[in-house]
Design a protein around this ligand. Structure first.
Ligand code: FAD
Length: 394
């Protein structure tokens, strides 16, 4: 079988996307058939670490909340709880939230929240002729969205399989398709959206290694969001694992992206008011007849949604390396805790980003030293075992 095609229908990086239930695959032939790929290794070391950031992913076991409601005589639309997928899905849930708003006679809307979800929802409303004011306790770069990795990971930390319903699945599929298309159209330096190759690293033949990224969403949810995968076997790639599964993936640079969403929102006449709301009563006093609740984890207190809880994540950032332009997932130990994230590296212009933590119901924004050490040391070990490109070997 041709190695290039035997995973041709593979979904968005089985490792990166946390897919489960793959059918057993044939054992690939281990003889290298192509010259080894040249990639510049990450110069991973503790003295290149420049910062560690922490963010709380707004997770609900039942998945994001996207539905219309009433607040006195106002239309209230909930759009929150995107887990580890809020950078990926926001344009989609934003459009669907805006559709609920268009059923109202008014074209004046308040959006609560100025993260990825609030900003994209606000832009979708503006595109439909609404006059929009964003009210938020914090704005970029001081929101969770800025603490994101942020790859196109529409299933990451999003939902627990057993809690899915056909209605939610349908919402997810539509949101993911809309968002995937929108992000493709934003590719380029202006929004900091681009494509790069993701390498999932494992000693196990493809289809037999452990999953990561939450690992709890059924494969059918990823239909239509796939890019082809290519399995590179021993001798065909520079990584110190037997296999590297290559697939193209969308990368978002959060600082550039969010800053430009804010700019566009303002260019289209939007206003931003810094304000924290303590109760729904405070919202009822707003002048706008339509209120979009895009408050992320804040919805737990504001709307008493006790299902909403944080999946604490932290990223350790090393000095940028412009000659590194790829993303890695793994390798991960075979006995990895179920539901825990595997280690991953994303090269961005603001640094080499190392991640791999997801701590359920942990509320502190203090870095976890043990997790930091685990993630950085594992990357140092991996990149120090990587083959140098030919030009550097001479
Ligand atoms: C380490 C890490 C890695 C991640 N990687 C990815 C990834 O690769 N891909 C991906 O798609 N996602 C990723 N995520 C998840 C993503 O960051 C979140 O899903 C996303 O940021 C949620 O966006 P949001 O707008 O709902 O929340 P936020 O960005 O937190 O914005 C919430 C807004 O609501 C406001 N607000 C809250 N409460 C109130 C209140 N009471 N009154 C007024 N305003 C209020 C806040 O001030 C803020 O403006 C990652 C997250 C972390 C932490």
């Amino acid at each position: 079988m041709n190695r290039r095609t035997f995973l041709a229908t593979g979904a968005m990086g089985a490792v990166g996307m946390g897919l489960s239930g793959c059918a057993p695959r044939p054992q690939p032939n281990l003889t290298p058939v192509r010259p080894a790929l040249d990639l510049v290794p990450v110069r991973a070391s503790w003295d290149r670490v420049i910062r560690t950031t922490v963010g709380l992913r707004p997770h609900r076991d039942a998945g994001f909340m996207l539905r219309p409601d009433k607040l006195g005589d106002k239309l209230l639309v909930h759009n929150y709880g995107h887990g580890g997928a809020g950078m990926s899905l926001a344009w989609g849930t934003g459009l669907m939230a805006a559709e609920f708003a268009t059923e109202h006679d008014s074209r004046q809307a308040a959006v609560i929240g100025c993260g990825s979800v609030g900003l994209t929802c606000a832009r979708q409303l503006q595109r439909r002729g609404f006059d929009v004011t964003i009210y938020a306790a914090a704005v970029p770069p001081n929101v969770t969205s800025n603490m994101s990795l942020a790859g196109f990971t529409p299933l990451s930390g999003l939902v627990v399989n057993e809690r899915r319903t056909p209605e939610w699945d349908a919402q997810f599929r539509r949101a993911a398709q809309i968002a995937y298309r929108q992000l493709q159209l934003l590719a380029g330096p202006h929004f900091g959206v681009s494509w790069l190759d993701n390498y999932s690293l494992s000693d196990e033949p493809p289809g037999q290694g452990g999953g990561e990224g939450g690992g709890n969403s059924g494969p059918s949810l990823s239909a239509g969001l796939n890019t082809g995968q290519e399995v590179l076997g021993p001798g065909e790639h520079p990584f110190p694992t037997k296999y590297a599964i290559r697939s193209p993936q969308i990368r978002i640079e959060p600082s550039i992206y969010l800053e430009n969403l804010v700019r566009d929102f303002r260019l289209f006449g939007g206003k931003i008011v810094m304000r924290k709301f303590d109760t729904p009563r405070d919202l009822a006093a707003l002048p706008e007849p339509i209120v979009m609740n895009c408050s992320g984890l804040g919805a737990r207190e504001l709307f008493d949604d006790k299902e909403l809880l944080p999946l604490k994540g932290q990223l350790t950032v090393m000095v940028p390396q412009p000659d590194v332009n790829y993303h890695t997932n793994g390798p991960n130990p075979p006995n990895q805790r179920p539901g825990s994230l595997g280690i991953h590296m994303m090269a961005r212009s603001d640094g080499i980003i190392l991640g791999g933590t997801s701590q359920r119901d942990v509320w502190t924004l203090e870095p976890d030293e043990d997790e930091r050490k685990r993630v950085v040391d594992a990357h140092i070990a991996m990149f120090s075992g990587m083959k140098l490109p030919k030009v550097r070997r001479t």
